[in-house]
Write a protein that binds this ligand. Structure first.
Ligand code: FAD
Length: 512
């Protein structure tokens, strides 16, 4: 008879096999602990996985690009030897404008300078100054060594300020400025300003005119993947491969990963209860589920003050993700062609400042504006293995949409949203929507249903300054033996894996 998971007294049970739960499992198992991971879905990876929405097409339905995955975790879990490979998106950020001009903010400084000079000669120095403040903050608080403040316990504001010294701009970037304030401070050309605004609100339920949004730009620019500061790129095979390689590391170290097993309750100090009522014994339970789900699993066992803290973190998503199958890549009027440099980086279709305001206001009222901001990525140009010959994939990350419509719901409004999103891209292209074979539309409730992320919030809760660093949930909780390891903990949302490592280190330290 096969060994039953109920028959073992585990050292640690992890609720959820998102990339952070798997990371936590790998570190604990490597430290010699008996670890069980229970995942409610029948696939692992959470928001960082791979699906086949159409025959022969492999797509990462949620997370699509790597940039913040921590080099220490890559090294310690041997991810490269396990097959992790990525291609840096050196082509950078392409932005077409309605007047027919465009800019390619290339990662190569000389090319980038030439592009900006061509669009707005007066802005070359400002661009450098803006990039430099991001570099200074990165070097101060996230150096490429063990003093990186993402590793371990979250630092206090005072500890961060100590590192920043008397750099007032650094403080503004990290804690104060709106994204609009930042671009207006450094750039003069309205097109460059609007083209960059989206980088301050990715996955964030705030307008680029809102306090603290510039910190979102910093968060996403603070990585050092492959030793390249701020670089993002495409993972060979798709983003979900990150989770799969981490799962391999966990299994190799002896962790047991069970899928299709939803946890119904967490009993602090005792273990978990499955939906059928079976009990799994473990003195430590680490939740990779988002904090609202964790609260529900704890029920009356949740500490009152902790409950209040969890409930104070906004967790309503405002993002719609379109996974699109194309017969050819978008042909941008500003730079015609269907296999151009810009298809190898990322593309933003911009909004005017008034459109930014209108689209955020509409979503807050349960409506959708006629024009939305989109960010586009094409995995298939780097990695044709993910599509049948002659086709392409396009990931569209788009804001703002409501979680709940004032009229109708996501099922009745889905086709309309698809039309609006494709129209927001099509206004800059000659072949969209014609080149679209099919598109999957995932609004916040769809993301919630698919991945279990409450509110469809892509980061398990807001990443604005009020909810980051020592204000973010700690991996330790007041409930005995209960820990968190997901994106809701320090250092925040995205595919980072440091959250999982930090939780494992806390568990191991407390066990001494
Ligand atoms: C649309 C979208 C696009 C994104 N794009 C990017 C991107 O390009 N790059 C990037 O770096 N990040 C991106 N992100 C963010 C990133 O994907 C997440 O921050 C990250 O994947 C969270 O990982 P996690 O392991 O902390 O949690 P999750 O991925 O949320 O995993 C939690 C797991 O717990 C499981 N679970 C929940 N409840 C239970 C239960 N009761 N019993 C058992 N299991 C349970 C869930 O099924 C899930 O598998 C995106 C997210 C979304 C949604």
């Amino acid at each position: 008879m096969p060994h039953r998971i109920q028959d073992t007294e585990w050292d640690a049970v992890i609720v959820g096999a998102g990339h952070n739960g798997l990371t936590c499992a790998a570190y604990l198992a490597q430290a010699g602990q008996r670890v069980l991971v229970l995942e409610s879905r029948d696939r692992i990876g959470g928001a960082c996985t791979i699906e086949e929405p159409w025959p022969g097409v492999r797509m990462s339905p949620c997370a699509y690009l790597a940039g913040l995955l921590h080099p220490l975790v890559i090294e310690e879990l041997g991810l490269v030897a396990r097959g992790f490979q990525w291609t840096p998106a050196v082509a950078g950020l392409f932005i077409p404008f309605e007047d027919g001009s465009s800019v390619q903010l290339h990662e190569d400084d000389a090319i980038c300078d030439a592009e900006i000079r061509n669009l707005s000669p007066a802005d070359v120095d400002g661009w450098h100054a803006m990039s430099d403040v991001i570099r200074r903050v990165r070097d101060a608080i996230r150096p490429a060594d063990e003093s990186d403040m993402w590793i371990g316990e979250a630092p206090t504001r005072e500890q961060i300020e100590d590192r920043l010294g008397d750099d007032e701009e650094a403080r503004g970037l990290l804690f104060e400025w709106s994204m609009a304030e930042m671009v207006e401070r450094y750039l003069q050309d309205e097109r460059l300003q609007i083209g960059y605004l989206g980088q301050g609100v990715i996955g964030t339920h705030a307008s680029p005119f809102d306090h603290g949004t510039a910190s979102i730009r910093f968060h996403h620019g603070s990585g050092r993947l492959g030793g390249m500061p701020g670089m993002w790129g495409y993972v060979r095979g798709g983003m979900g491969m990150v989770s799969f390689f981490i799962a391999d590391a966990a299994r190799d170290a002896g962790a047991v990963i069970e899928t299709g097993v939803p946890v119904a309750a967490i009993h602090p100090g005792e273990g978990v209860e499955l939906e059928g009522g079976e009990r799994i014994r473990s003195r430590v339970v680490i939740s990779n589920a988002d904090p609202r789900v964790t609260l529900r699993l704890l029920g009356n066992a949740a500490d009152a003050a902790w409950r209040k803290q969890v409930e104070s973190v906004p967790i309503e998503g405002c993002t719609v993700k379109l996974n699109v199958l194309l017969r050819e890549l978008p042909n941008f009027r500003a730079r015609p062609g269907t296999n151009e440099t810009h298809h190898y980086g990322q593309i933003n279709t911009p909004l005017t400042k008034d459109e930014w305001r209108a689209s955020f206001a509409a979503a807050r009222e349960g409506r959708v504006a006629e024009r939305l901001w989109t960010e586009l990525y094409f995995q298939s140009v780097h990695d044709p293995s993910v599509v049948p010959p002659g086709q392409h994939t396009m990931s569209v990350f788009c804001q703002y949409v409501p979680y709940k419509f004032a009229d109708g719901d996501w099922d009745t409004r889905r086709e309309e949203i698809k039309r609006i999103v494709l129209g927001s891209i099509g206004r800059f292209c000659s072949n969209i929507p014609d080149a679209v074979v099919d598109a999957q539309v995932l609004g916040p409730p769809d993301i919630e249903e698919k991945v279990g992320l409450t509110g469809g919030h892509i980061f398990q809760g807001e990443c604005l300054p009020a909810y980051m660093w020592s204000n973010r949930l700690s991996s330790r909780t007041p409930m005995p033996g209960v820990y968190l390891c997901g994106a809701c903990t320090h250092p925040g949302g995205s595919v980072i894996a440091m959250n999982g490592r930090n939780a494992a280190m806390a568990v191991l330290r407390d066990a001494i």
